[in-house]
Design a protein around this ligand. Structure first.
Ligand code: GLU
Length: 547
């Protein structure tokens, strides 16, 4: 029995050939040097920050070269319902504006190289597996899970290389007649790739990040089609898809490095052009004295939902990943503070190879800086969008009087050195709740320098009766606070106070703290002048009376 006959027996209904698919998915008509990249997550129900790093790399490579960046859902190993998981992936890509040029979403296919969901490509894979059998590079394997388990244990005991190879590969040398007979008898089987590799020989390949890497050749007859659902395994699906979708650059995590020899062998067996590989380093977290892989179980920041739910502007997350992606990004950013990250000359060779430290504090600093540069209108708009989904009550409050809210958000904004209070939209409420009567509940405050209740009342009453005037400009306002300070026996000049503290009851900052705490419950707030002005005299008096 010929290999061709065996292939026909296994795939009687496959009508299209590899050549047919080459015509259906022709080479892309792109200019020289244009890169075709893909973001190919498995729809597991969550999107890892490392996934975003890959998507960003894909996006940059394609954008910088006039190429194409597409999304492929690799669901061949997923038994679960994938729709919701795909929603999550699209949510992340929409949130970060890394929207692919080609994708499939809720049944709609955008692009000519789809379907872009692997479980919908079974027919295509079968044509390629059939071809592999025809050319003698794949065969059915009837070993049961129990038999394979016994094999694994024996290998362990002998400290032999694990896997299905050499004398261990029992089904590799069956005759086609034996295979046909067992298939006709209804035995269950998987299809394995027939490796010609020899681990004593080396395979070399040039990783765009890591440079030239040498590995022993693969000699493992890997499963390429499962028996349970007749879908290919990841290794085979990626071969077919990256070839037919005409991918030029495969960006993925370093955990895939050990699979490279197998992938190279697969591409060679089919005579397909090898894509370039970029293996991104793993993201690490500083945990006490050690650096470890950031983990979705231990670290909430490992998942994209963390950033979306807290309301980080997506550009902050992107900017922080850019600093990880290329070591010279921060320097470039300092020199070009106002241009888009897309202008950055991204270079894969400058991607770190040893694991990159992912630091939330750094993200917060980047984000505070970004938000501080936004106008009050932008902040208001983003905050409204965020709270409408994640904090409906606050949304109602801030949108009831947009001008008032914008004035609050504008305190020490739109100026040369703006305040850097917020890293994410969730931070805002914590910072300004006391400006809204619906939220204001005086919090207990531990007075430090001025402790006497009567003295506090005296300060506030004198201030309101003699000095506070809503129409004062900032300088006049501050001069009046100083006058109050002097009148009550406090120092209005810090130098003098420091020289002779015993001469005074306290100093001007004690006085402003009393006023600040009396109207906000907080000892630290943005500029008190604007807070008082926005609250207005009536509310100031109400709050003082409620102390
Ligand atoms: N589906 C694989 C994963 O999620 C992708 C690997 C690749 O990009 O080739 O890890």
């Amino acid at each position: 029995m010929t290999d061709k006959e065996l292939a026909d027996l296994i795939f009687p209904n496959v009508t299209k050939s590899v050549e047919d698919y080459e015509k259906i998915y022709p080479k892309r008509n792109l200019s020289e040097g244009a890169r075709v990249t893909r973001f190919a997550p498995s729809p597991t129900g969550f999107v890892h920050i490392g996934n975003l790093l890959q998507a960003l790399t894909d996006f940059l490579l394609a954008r910088n070269s006039g190429g194409v960046y597409y999304l492929r859902n690799e669901d061949t190993d997923t038994k679960r319902e994938v729709n919701e998981a795909v929603d999550k992936i699209m949510e992340t890509l929409n949130y970060t504006n890394l929207v692919p040029d080609e994708y499939e979403y809720r049944g709609e296919i955008v692009g000519n190289y789809g379907p872009y969901v692997q479980s919908e490509r079974k027919e295509i894979y079968h044509a390629f597996i059939k071809h592999a059998i025809e050319i003698g590079r794949a065969y059915p394997c009837f070993c049961s899970a129990e038999e394979l388990d016994v094999m694994r244990k024996k290998q362990e005991a002998k400290k032999a290389q694990p896997g299905y190879y050499g004398a261990w590969a029992k089904c590799r040398d069956l005759t086609n007649e034996e295979r046909a007979e067992r298939i006709k008898n209804g035995e269950s089987y998987v299809i394995r790739f027939k490796s010609m590799g020899n681990p004593n020989r080396k395979v070399k390949y040039n990783d765009l990040v890591t440079g030239l890497i040498e590995f022993p050749e693969n000699n493992n007859d890997m499963v390429i089609m499962k028996s349970s659902d007749l879908l290919p395994t990841y290794h085979f699906a990626h071969l077919v898809d990256d070839h037919l979708m005409r991918t030029t650059h495969v960006v993925r995590g370093q955990e895939w490095l050990p699979s490279v020899p197998l992938h190279i062998e697969l591409f060679q067996a089919f005579g397909f052009e090898q894509p370039d590989y970029i293996h991104n380093s793993l993201l690490l977290k500083q945990d006490g004295d050690v650096r470890r892989k950031i983990s979705k179980r231990k670290d909430p920041e490992a998942l994209m939902s963390y950033y979306i739910e807290k309301g980080y502007p997506s550009i902050s997350v992107i900017e922080s990943l850019m600093t990880i992606l290329n070591s010279n990004y921060e320097e470039w950013r300092d020199e070009h503070p106002d241009v888009s990250f897309l202008e950055f000359p991204f270079n894969p060779a400058k991607v770190g190879t040893t694991g990159a430290l992912y630091d939330l504090e750094k993200l917060d600093n980047i984000s505070k800086n970004i938000i501080s540069k936004m106008t009050k209108e932008e902040v208001y708009e983003e905050l409204s969008k965020y709270t409408e989904v994640y904090d409906k009550d606050f949304y109602e409050i801030i949108t009831a009087n947009p001008d008032y809210t914008k004035s609050i958000l504008n305190i020490e904004r739109e100026q040369e050195k703006p305040r850097k209070d917020y890293a994410c939209w969730m931070d805002v409420k914590e910072s300004i709740w006391y400006m809204f009567d619906k939220l204001y509940k005086p919090e207990s405050f531990e007075w430090k320098n001025v402790v006497d209740k009567e003295e506090i009342k005296n300060i506030l009453n004198t201030y309101m009766e003699k000095y506070y005037d809503e129409s004062d400009d900032k300088d006049t306002w501050f001069n009046k606070v100083k006058e109050l300070t002097k009148e009550l026996g406090y120092a209005d000049n810090m130098k003098e106070y420091k020289a002779n503290p015993e001469n005074y009851k306290g100093n001007v900052s004690d006085i402003s703290t009393v006023i600040r705490v009396a109207v906000t419950s907080k000892s630290q707030t943005p500029d008190l002048y604007f807070i008082l002005k926005l609250l207005g005299k009536k509310r100031i008096i109400e709050r003082i009376n409620n102390l």
